[in-house]
Design a protein around this ligand. Structure first.
Ligand SMILES: Nc1ncnc2c1ncn2[C@@H]1O[C@H](COP(=O)(O)OP(=O)(O)OP(=O)(O)O)[C@@H](O)[C@H]1O
Length: 586
């Protein structure tokens, strides 16, 4: 089982890197060449040293010592230059790969539909974009820097040791084989732990995000201790897994250094006898001992690098999952540009169910909204109002029936065209960090200050923005503004864009009734030619609409004006009488 995991992980990582390192073929070739030269220079030094001892020191030939010493200096200079060149090339290449991967994942996330985003989850997407890409980047950096030279060093070290003395070099070869086999066995145990570590990281990210955004609720309910305990449990799980990995990794130097010491003692004992017999020279012993050190260091470095490979493989698989994800609301193959009508939204027999849900949230919805109309969608909580708007925005595709914008099925409309026609003000206003002006210009960068103020006037936001100014800073969560202020800014932002169809999702919920009524009246005046789909649970908000559609349990339970519905529709009447002053006919 573990063998399969490791082999699969290796295959995933190799395939992933082969694909994504394609633009870096040039630097890769340069890197291998630099590593070859640098390793050859490192390996040459002990041999030159052996020659100085045997031919220079033991024979008292100072000219030989000087000449070979100068050659060693030149070789050392080449070694330094090529090794720093190799580090530079590998650092630039891995940083470039990290940048490319982050950009690709971000681009992909932007193109995915809400269905895939729900499936993978926001915290996991953040971990994958930041941490998983970093793991892959690190392994490329260290592999290209250390592992390539380590492999050449081991092979070259054994060959040069063979040149010095065959029996001793065979000992050395046996050491390399034993250590490498031992290490592969140790690494095979790591892969499942790395997968678990990345999953724990996802969970920590999830907990942190949720708890930081909900910190006020946590304090209000005095749940600090409870939340800390939950966080501790997840944190401990990550710590325990990392410790197990650490324990396995700790066996590596023990194994390698023990083998090295046993071999060194063996070689000195064995070589001592042979130097006594005159069958081996002292220089060869010194060179062999240097090769052992070089090989052992190379193995330890390679192991530390390859130990990260299973983790990087897990990360590569997680990044790949995002890159390979197909959007369930993909761009149309043959896009259609609407020409016939403007501001026309129609749902024909629209049915939709969330993935994994037992029954559809919306069933057989027939609804038409034309330019100049305000169609209100009223229904109790969870009746499917926001979902209906999500279908018009094509955040999800219908599972039955059709959604048409300006006479064209939204699945045939390019996303850019759809989002130019349809504007959305969500239930929970989301502002970006920047300024009030940058948020208002989010959908139309060339909007003038006058246009921004006009939109703010209609959204009943000018009053609180004026003392702050358009360049007042906003934080990502809009934490410096009240809920109602954020909602009004979100409405103004959509007004600045001037779409044909406005989807207003319960965006008056944080406003007091008077401001809400003023805002709605201003919107109806300003957007007399546009189409408004207004979602609300409040009768007072919807009662002036051209038509009110009553949603109940995902189906249309009635449709008409306030006066018609109050007389004929039981659901509407029940909602109306449950709210203050809701049962009046205007
Ligand atoms: N992403 C999702 N995945 C699965 N189920 C969902 C998802 N979003 C909403 N639902 C479910 O779909 C149903 C309708 O939700 P929706 O948000 O459309 O209702 P709503 O009428 O807008 O409610 P509210 O007035 O409270 O905002 C609810 O039962 C809800 O639990």
């Amino acid at each position: 089982m573990q063998v399969t995991v490791l082999r699969c992980a290796g295959r995933v990582l190799t395939r992933f890197l082969t694909h994504h390192l394609r633009p870096y073929r040039g630097p890769l070739v340069l890197l291998v060449l630099l590593q070859l030269v640098q390793t050859a220079a490192t390996l040459l030094l002990p041999t030159l040293n052996a020659r100085i001892i045997d031919n220079g020191v033991l024979r008292g030939d100072s000219a030989y010592i000087w000449n070979t010493g100068l050659t060693m200096l030149g070789v050392a200079a080449v070694q330094i230059l090529t090794s720093s060149g190799a580090v530079l090339v590998s650092a630039r290449m891995s940083a470039g790969l990290g940048r490319d991967l982050r950009a690709r994942v971000f681009g992909k996330v932007m193109s995915l539909s809400a269905r895939e985003l729900d499936r993978i989850g926001t915290p996991s997407l953040i971990t994958r974009t930041v941490n998983d890409v970093q793991q892959v980047q690190n392994v490329v950096m260290t592999t290209s820097d250390v592992a390539v030279s380590a492999v050449i060093m081991c092979a070259g070290g054994v060959v040069l040791a063979l040149v010095q003395d065959v029996p001793v070099a065979l000992f050395l070869l046996a050491l390399v084989v034993v250590v490498v086999v031992g290490l592969v066995l140790a690494l095979r145990r790591l892969s499942p732990f790395y997968e678990a570590m990345q999953n724990h990281l996802d969970r920590i990210n999830h907990l942190l995000r949720e708890r930081i955004t909900g910190v006020r609720v946590i304090r209000a309910f005095v749940r600090d201790a409870h939340e800390s305990a939950r966080f501790d449990a997840t944190n401990r799980a990550l710590h325990d897994t990392a410790s197990r990995v650490g324990r396995i990794m700790a066996t590596v130097p023990v194994m390698v250094i023990t083998a090295m010491n046993v071999l060194t003692v063996g070689i000195i004992w064995f070589s001592g006898h042979r130097i006594d017999d005159g069958t081996m020279q002292l220089g060869a012993l010194v060179a062999l001992l240097s090769y052992i050190t070089l090989i052992v260091v190379a193995i330890i470095m390679a192991v530390l690098v390859f130990a990260e490979a299973p983790r990087a493989a897990v990360s590569a698989a997680r990044v790949n999952e995002v890159l390979q994800a197909e959007s369930s609301t993909a761009e149309p193959v043959r896009p259609i540009t609407p020409t016939a009508m403007t501001g026309h939204l129609e749902l024909r027999g629209a049915t939709f169910g969330y993935p994994g849900a037992e029954k559809p949230v919306l069933r057989d919805i027939d609804l038409v909204a034309r330019a100049g109309e305000t169609v209100a969608i009223l229904g109790s909580t969870g009746s499917g109002k926001s979902t209906l708007l999500a279908l018009a925005l094509r955040l999800y595709d219908v599972t039955g029936g059709r959604v048409l914008v300006n006479g064209v099925d939204v699945r045939d409309l390019p996303a850019s065209a759809l989002h130019t026609i349809v504007g959305h003000v969500p239930q929970r206003a989301h502002l970006f960090s920047g300024t009030i002006a940058s948020n208002l210009r989010y959908g139309r960068e060339d909007a003038t200050d006058d246009e921004l103020w006009h939109a703010l006037e209609i959204a009943q936001a000018a009053e609180f923005v004026r003392p702050l100014g358009l360049n007042a800073p906003t934080t990502q969560a809009g934490s410096t503004l009240s809920g109602g202020q954020r909602q009004r800014l979100a409405i103004a932002r959509t007004l600045v864009r001037r779409p044909e169809i406005y989807l207003l999702d319960d965006c008056f919920s944080a406003l007091d009734p008077r401001t809400g009524a003023r805002l709605l009246a201003a919107l109806e005046r300003e957007l007399a030619d546009a189409t408004i789909l207004l979602v609300s649970q409040r009768i007072r908000t919807v009662e002036t609409a051209s038509r009110i559609v009553v949603l109940e349990d995902g189906r249309i339970a009635g449709s008409g004006t306030h006066a018609e519905l109050i007389g004929t529709n039981r659901t509407y009447r029940e909602i109306a009488f449950s709210q203050p002053a809701g049962g009046t006919v205007r």
